[in-house]
Write a protein that binds this ligand. Structure first.
Ligand code: SF4
Length: 72
């Protein structure tokens, strides 16, 4: 199970960090950051291998930009 955050689509509303502070925080650049993730500099996607989704699904559901994805 992986979580992917497409940072280029994020407009910094903060909903993911409010819904799931265990995994999401807001960066100084105003965009969301997936904690402990690795960044692909070519796509600007952050990727995290997560054991169980916890509140990540809630973050997916509340993101108005639909830039958080859970993939197997
Ligand atoms: S909910 Fe989506 S648009 Fe809002 S800060 Fe999080 S990733 Fe960015």
């Amino acid at each position: 199970m992986k979580t992917i955050l497409q940072t280029q689509k994020c407009f910094g509303c903060g909903a993911c960090a409010a819904a799931c502070p265990k995994f999401f925080e807001m960066n100084k650049d105003g965009k969301a950051h997936l904690k402990n993730s690795t960044l692909n500099p070519e796509t600007n996607e952050e990727k995290l291998e997560a054991e169980g989704t916890d509140c990540i699904q809630e973050a997916v559901d509340v993101c108005p930009a639909q830039c958080i994805k859970i993939v197997n």
